[in-house]
Design a protein around this ligand. Sequence first.
Ligand SMILES: [Zn+2]
Ligand SMILES: [Zn+2]
Length: 240
Amino acid sequence: MKIKLLKNKHRLLVFIKQIKDYIFPIYCLDCNKEGDWLCEDCYKKLDLSGRFFCPVCHSPTEYGECCANCLEQSFLDKEIAILKYSEQEIIGKIIYNLKYNYAEDLEDLIKKIIIEFCQKNSSLFTEATEIVLVPLHKKRYAERGFNQAEIIAESLAEILSLPINKNLKRIRYTKQQAKLNKKERAENINEAFALLGKNISSTIILVDDVFTTGSTMQACAKVLKEKGVKKVIGFTLARG
Ligand SMILES: [Zn+2]
Ligand SMILES: [Zn+2]
């Protein structure tokens, strides 16, 4: 009986997807072929080998750890990114559509990318016991309806079987970082976050969509360290 119900539910979901695809066809973000956000051929073009650089000076390090010269200026202990960010490349189009076209159903593609990366790099996250995501201000969350960092964090949490702690909040409404230079970004984001509650793990993974200068991630890591977190591992889908 249960199997029959599940089969019917599956048929219904397939049927709903067929109708949705008919009314709102999806085209590959790279080659425009109809069917998926990224067709199989274009997916194969993604380099998922990972981007491992010091979060401060951007010099290459083995697992994205902070280099010895920058240790004192960094609240992030590591920064692990999957793809090289470029506005014109596939990853730029994925993030643009996620942020500005409300394409929440890109989630499946993002999860596929994270699964493949984690299978090849499973040892990178073994010490972490909790996931924290870079929050949006509630006003921006209301405009957009979802937080792109949350979509990435949820996929990672499922793959690594780790809980998500959502107590990090954005307490100040800030200008969008993309339009600012490095110095302006650091000033803009300073004192923008706060961690509510007392319970937080000692080693956490901090998740965002893109790592550019690192000022947002550093501001979040600073708050976490002030509340007793010992190690913060940054994780982003892409890094500029
Ligand atoms: Zn394609
Ligand atoms: Zn460095």
